[in-house]
Design a protein around this ligand. Structure first.
Ligand SMILES: *Cc1c(COP(=O)(O)O)cnc(C)c1O
Length: 356
């Protein structure tokens, strides 16, 4: 039986992506070779890589002057690639959770870091709103979706310096005004592909401004110049990412996806709010993530936490256990998760409540 997959990452992918990748593993688009054994220098793969960058640009309406590249190392490698390429003297960071904290730690290796605000005082259960971004910072870094505690920044805002965003866990979940950002990066394994590739969208005019020498692989310009084929990319993963983007395009793109994500997350949050047993981890509905809904048993029902997980598991639901730092529950509602899975979870919560 197919499970209801609420894992936070790697996570659910469209069946289309899985089927197309299986086909390509057997025969890569009629080439007589498997995508597992095809050269990244072949003309077939060359087209896949070019199509992936082009479709990415198309889906997010990436303006002229920006490049889209696919690199290795995960978002965690971008935590130091970003300051390596952009931090000359000082950078500003918004601390909204575990991922931001890790990014801040790496940036400190390269220069001064001004943490303009932090929600650590309340276990990262809200998005700080009152802060000033210093005009002399080389850039301002945010994590748009905080996968662990379930908060999200959905507004593309103006700041006086280049804006950098880690969009690992909410890319393609809504339209993004890319022109507000100088750089957007993310691991692909939440909304795009299996683990193994990282996307970087970068406005070219911000590059080449730091004094330090850059190792070839760290320098974004290397990958821009070579169309993400300077070294061997994860061929199969890029192929899968392209299939997910085609699926998304066929569905109507990010506008349609946003509507679906609103519908899915509303359905779940409304049930949590209504429930006698559960409560939301994030108090302000504005700050609640559409990608990772976090919730807890109310204090008086705390001892039912494990029971609920077992009850849900019996009904084919996986990945609902909260992050080890957060406890409780987390239902990841990524793009590929169907509304039926959210409905099944809501029904499961109601049935569990009826028993207690
Ligand atoms: C998952 C995640 C990461 C870590 O990504 P890796 O590719 O495993 O390095 C970083 N930032 C955010 C927001 C994430 O959700």
């Amino acid at each position: 039986m197919k499970k209801h997959n609420f894992y936070a990452g790697p996570s659910i992918l469209p069946q289309y992506t899985i089927d197309k990748t299986i086909e390509a593993i057997k025969d890569y688009e009629g080439s007589g070779l498997s995508v597992l054994e095809i050269s990244h220098r072949s003309k077939e793969f060359d087209r896949t890589m070019a199509d992936a960058a082009a479709l990415f640009k198309d889906l997010l309406s990436v303006p002229d002057g920006y490049s889209v590249i696919f690199v290795g190392g995960g978002a965690s490698t971008q935590f130091f690639h970003v300051p390596y390429n952009l931090l000359q003297t000082k950078a500003a960071y918004l601390d909204t959770g575990a991922w931001s904290s890790k990014a801040i730690k790496e940036a400190k290796l390269f220069g001064d870091v001004d943490v303009v605000a932090s929600s650590a005082d309340k276990n990262y259960t809200y998005i700080p709103k009152d802060y000033v971004v210093p005009a002399d910072a080389d850039y301002f870094h945010i994590t748009s979706n905080n996968t662990v505690r379930g908060t999200e920044i959905r507004k593309d805002f103006d700041v006086p310096v280049p804006l950098v965003a880690d969009m690992s866990s909410d890319i393609f979940s809504r339209p993004v005004d890319v022109s507000k950002y100088a750089l957007i990066y993310g691991g692909a394994q939440k909304n795009m592909a299996p683990a193994g590739v990282t996307f970087v969208v970068v406005r070219e005019d911000i590059l080449g401004k730091v004094d330090r020498p850059l190792p070839t692989m760290v320098d974004y310009r290397t990958h821009i110049k070579k169309g993400s084929l300077f070294n061997t990319p994860p061929v199969v993963v890029v192929y899968a990412a392209l299939q997910t983007m085609k699926w998304l395009k066929d569905l109507g793109g990010v506008e349609v996806m946003e509507k679906r994500n609103i519908e899915k997350s509303n359905l779940l949050y409304e049930e949590i709010e209504r429930s006698k047993l559960f409560r939301c981890t994030v108090p302000d509905p504005e700050d609640r993530s559409r990608m990772n809904a976090t919730f807890l048993m109310k204090d008086e029902y705390q001892d039912l936490t494990a029971d609920f997980l077992a009850f849900a598991a019996e009904r084919g639901m996986v990945g609902l256990k909260g992050h080890r730092d957060a406890g409780g529950f987390r239902a990841s509602l990524y793009n590929a998760l169907p509304l039926e899975s959210v409905q099944a979870l809501v029904d499961c919560m109601k049935d569990f409540e009826a028993k207690h």
